[in-house]
Design a protein around this ligand. Structure first.
Ligand SMILES: Cc1cc2nc3c(=O)[nH]c(=O)nc-3n(C[C@H](O)[C@H](O)[C@H](O)COP(=O)(O)OP(=O)(O)OC[C@H]3O[C@@H](n4cnc5c(N)ncnc54)[C@H](O)[C@@H]3O)c2cc1C
Length: 506
């Protein structure tokens, strides 16, 4: 097993920097525990600037984050309490298909134009198969209930306000979290410092390189920081990889138009603990996020600056909030969408926003941080001479696979209330995998076969693709959907959640 580099410097103290510090410190600890030969622990230093702030957003996760805390051996209740966290069972997509026409001729399967994208559990296996069959039959003109909310455990828990911690451990439920990004950073920092990570404040003024190798960092106070290995967690700046080493960047801007966001916090909603979902609500030039935390609600508007100014976006978001909340201060952000071609080369690894960003629609950025770290350790420990090439190709596959699924939301919208939504359908460069799936779906070909054909490119699995195509109502027939079915498999799924639900003590 290869030891970690002896001296590691992480540049950046945002969520990516502190996640990296925790992950490496824990890895070093486990390696030491499993080794029969005592070896010095690697020296890990995290450098952050006092004058360059963190991005300060990123408050929703995917279920993958649970494994991160398990790896660190941190109890869920400990970190959740300290980070104002709540559970998340999925995302509700609202008004992405609202059109004047939809009110009259298209089948509306809910009373509003919305659908729920759930996290899937092993409990869903029988009902998911029912769902795929129902959707495929519906595509052929048969009348079926094709609302994903009626088939999946997560949706049922949202409807009933049943939190995962209230279910006995026998029920295998997958779920994620919402949390306060600043508090999570503080929590991870404390963990990392306790595991021996050094914390240094300073701003990098110059990166010294010899060909593709970083030799030292010059700080603006005149000090120099050297190490064997450098990890770039400097955010959108991409100080080491993008700037100093001129690593090539593949932009997603022709596929994903959003490049800006405005965030406004508001008071916590009533019972945020049982809200259990992120809401993604389409607005005129993008979408609004609504994230329930125990201390406040996170709101934001992700939009395209080609179609709307900062002032217009802020005004529209304020109008969408409750009147008594709209006096809160707004924070404007710019986003660069795309990814590096080489995330790891020689003695520099890029993690977090410095390696790329898709956009926050499915809250996947921290999942990518975690995956990039996990996969790095795997590759580092292998003695494969092509380990960097394999690493970069797998990380690029992940980024592109997520990009494909995010792009589908925009392409499948049916709104006609602004040039932005029309452009998302008509001008968006449709990635190859998405184009293949769309073609099969629209031609009435077997969707199962199509999904199998591109399986190695997909990050989102079958249920997600069925949910988005059906949820966005990509149907050519006008068959009226049936009301919620009440089969044995569905009753069993619902009962197993409700039966395992412990009554909460007041
Ligand atoms: C609008 C928006 C919404 C998002 N929502 C989600 C979400 O719901 N879920 C999710 O998973 N992700 C989300 N993200 C992404 C998420 O916010 C980031 O992935 C996460 O915060 C990690 O950021 P980071 O640590 O890479 O960069 P940052 O937070 O920007 O940190 C950069 C660090 O580098 C340091 N630095 C920079 N330059 C220097 C220098 N010269 N010298 C020394 N230090 C330097 C800074 O001081 C800072 O500490 C969202 C992003 C945006 C823009």
């Amino acid at each position: 097993m290869n030891k970690l580099p002896q001296e590691i410097v992480i540049v950046g103290g945002g969520t990516a920097g502190w996640m990296t510090a925790c992950y490496l410190a824990r890895t070093a600890e486990l390696m030491a525990n499993n080794s029969s030969v005592p070896a010095p622990a690697p020296k890990i230093t995290l450098l952050e600037s006092a004058v360059i702030s963190t991005v300060g957003v990123g408050e929703g996760s995917t279920p993958y984050l649970r494994h991160f805390f398990e790896f660190l051996e941190i109890n869920e209740s400990d970190w959740m309490l300290k980070c104002s966290a709540t559970y998340k069972m999925g995302i509700s997509f609202e008004r992405w298909t609202t059109t004047a026409e939809s009110k009259t001729t298209r089948p509306a399967f809910t009373d509003s134009d919305s659908y729920f994208h759930p996290f899937f559990s092993s409990l869903d296996i029988p009902t998911a198969d029912m769902y795929f069959n129902a959707v495929n039959e519906y595509r052929k003109g048969a009348s079926h209930d094709i609302n994903p909310s009626h088939y999946f455990t997560a949706a049922h828990m949202v409807e009933k306000g049943i939190t995962p911690d209230a279910i006995c451990s026998s029920a295998n439920i997958d779920y994620a979290y919402h949390f306060d990004a600043g508090l999570l950073g503080d929590f991870l920092k404390e963990y990392a410092l306790n595991k021996g990570v050094s914390h240094q404040i300073g701003t990098v003024a110059n990166v010294e390189c010899h060909e593709h190798t970083i030799t030292a960092l010059k700080l603006d106070d005149g000090n120099t920081l050297s190490a064997d290995f450098f990890i770039d967690c400097s955010g959108f700046r991409g100080l080491l990889g993008k700037q100093a080493l001129s690593r090539r960047f593949t932009s997603y801007a022709d596929t994903l138009f959003n490049d800006a966001a405005v965030a406004i916090a508001s008071d916590a909603t009533a019972s945020p603990e049982t809200a259990l979902q992120t809401r993604s609500i389409a607005l005129s030039h993008g979408w609004q996020w609504h994230i329930p935390l125990t201390s406040r609600t996170g709101n934001g508007y992700v939009y395209s600056s080609q179609f709307c100014t900062e002032a217009q976006a802020e005004e529209e978001l304020r109008l969408a909030l409750e009147p008594d909340q709209s006096h809160q201060q707004a924070r404007h952000l710019k986003m660069t969408v795309g990814r590096l071609e080489e995330h790891w080369k020689g003695n520099c690894l890029c993690i977090g926003l410095s390696q790329g960003f898709i956009e926050p629609l499915e809250a996947t950025a921290l999942m990518l941080v975690q995956y990039a770290l996990h996969h790095f350790i795997d590759c580092w420990q292998s003695n494969n001479p092509r380990r960097e090439v394999r690493y970069n190709s797998e990380i690029n596959r992940m980024f592109d696979g997520i990009r494909d699924y995010i792009a589908a939301h925009y392409y499948l919208n049916t709104r006609d209330d602004s040039a932005y939504w029309v452009a998302c359908r008509e001008d968006l460069k449709v990635p190859d995998t998405l184009s293949y799936l769309l073609n099969a779906w629209d031609k009435g070909a077997s969707f199962e076969h199509a999904l199998n054909e591109v399986d190695n490119k997909l990050v989102y699995l079958r249920p997600s693709w069925y949910c988005i195509f059906a949820g966005m109502k990509r149907f050519s027939n006008n068959t009226t959907p049936l009301a919620q079915p009440n089969t044995l498999a569905l009753r069993t799924m619902r009962q197993s959640v409700e039966g395992a639900h412990r009554v909460r003590q007041p």
